[in-house]
Design a protein around this ligand. Structure first.
Ligand SMILES: Cc1cc2nc3c(=O)[nH]c(=O)nc-3n(C[C@H](O)[C@H](O)[C@H](O)COP(=O)(O)O)c2cc1C
Length: 374
């Protein structure tokens, strides 16, 4: 089962499955002398960690990360830094409960990956979904914690902006609220409502979808690439590659279909700092595959968890009609824990593009250009 490596210059290869001994990744291509500690990576992993509230799976994984290679103490500063060699990040699995899955090991869960893995590879590690489990995304979050440090001045933040049909009120958006409720929701009023709403969904043995918005600030104008290396295409691919994601949009996304040209194109004026000032950001910070210097805004939809207590019609791997009910421990809204995963994937894409940019072009082009002959 190939395709375990992400990125071009900033690359990571993840390994492990839901109920195996450990998961993790090897980050390759990280520049040397970047300060990094296990504690900093742990901060990001703790945001994604299961079992932190009644609104996520009750699997109790500490997700404690160990840096196994690729770091050394910088004598000049006394800090631990990257050496430029492969960085192996290891997270042991400690709370596997594989017997939860033995009753349904031959039945395909509608909406899950079991059938397609079986049809393609002839086997599926049914214990917690094996390699198709979102447990693998802990490796992405760990790699993302390193990626965040590569682009100077970069901030990547994400928030849950819709659960089921219920959207947040954007006039109440407060980034400080995101860390204060179990939903990563920037609207404190809607976060309160989500408690009752998701309790109802959970207690009825069901699940629900969500929309997440990611905003990257401090992305320098010029980062990105044209044609087959477009930054928006890479971001869309990275976000779509997260488990259960079914749609991605950049900037105004699907809503541009309803706009006229004069409403959609972001007008420009010279700002006081000698840089252009965009009067709006319908483009989501990217034109022609290259960053404009405005915040990069992406949004994506996550489907409702397929593992539910409501019986569903299905077939088994021997070709018989049957029914399946998924017990075990599951997230009633997988969109919640997708928030830190999305931040990590966006950070990895931006780190990769930063290194490609540095490899190809002169970083200090004197814009605005002097007019010839003046
Ligand atoms: C954070 C997170 C947690 C998830 N937990 C579950 C889960 O508990 N049960 C489940 O059926 N799917 C869960 N999923 C989704 C499955 O991993 C995913 O639907 C499955 O692998 C099929 O792939 P696809 O939905 O991308 O097509 C989770 C996804 C994310 C992002």
């Amino acid at each position: 089962m190939s395709f375990n490596t992400f990125g071009r210059l900033f690359r990571f290869t993840s390994f492990g499955e839901s109920h195996g001994a450990a998961i993790g990744c090897v980050v390759d291509g990280c520049p040397p002398r970047i300060p990094v500690t296990a504690e900093e990576i742990q901060v990001e992993l703790d945001k994604r960690r299961p079992g932190q509230s009644r609104f996520t799976t009750q699997r109790q994984e500490p997700d404690a990360v160990k840096i196994m290679s690729g770091v050394f103490t910088d004598e000049a500063t006394g800090r631990q830094v990257t050496t430029g060699t492969p960085i192996m990040l290891l997270i042991e699995n400690v709370d596997q409960r594989s017997k939860d899955y033995s009753d349904i090991k031959d039945k395909y869960r509608p909406g899950h990956a079991h059938y397609v893995y079986d049809v393609k590879y002839g086997l599926f590690d049914y214990r917690g979904g094996g390699r198709a489990s979102a447990r693998e995304t802990a490796a992405r979050v760990a790699a993302g914690a390193i990626a965040r440090k590569i682009v100077p001045g970069l901030t990547v933040r994400a928030a849950l902006v819709q659960m089921g049909p219920h959207k947040i009120d954007r006039s109440r958006w407060d980034w400080d609220e995101v860390g204060k409720n179990p939903f990563f929701c920037p609207d404190p009023v809607q976060a309160k409502f989500f408690e009752t709403y998701l309790d109802g969904i959970r207690k009825s043995g069901s699940s629900i979808g969500a929309v997440i918005e990611v905003v990257a600030e401090g992305v320098p104008a010029g980062l990105g690439a044209p044609v087959y290396g477009k930054l928006d295409a890479d971001l869309a691919s990275a976000l779509m590659g997260i488990n259960a994601v079914k749609a991605v949009e950049i900037g105004d996304g699907m809503a541009v279909a309803e706009l006229r040209g004069e409403d959609n194109a972001d007008e420009m004026q010279m700002g006081n700092d000698g840089k252009p000032l965009f009067l709006s950001n319908h483009a989501g910070g990217i034109l022609g595959g290259i960053a404009t210097g405005q915040p990069i805004v992406a949004r994506f939809a996550v489907k409702p968890t397929s593992s539910i207590l409501t019986p569903r019609k299905t077939v088994d791997r021997y070709g018989n009609n049957t029914e399946v009910v998924t017990k075990g421990r599951h997230d009633p809204c997988v969109g919640i824990r997708a928030v830190p995963i999305a931040e990590a994937m966006v950070a990895c894409v931006l780190a990769d593009h930063y290194l490609m940019h540095r490899a190809q072009v002169d970083d200090a082009l004197p814009w605005p250009f002097a007019k010839p002959g003046v």
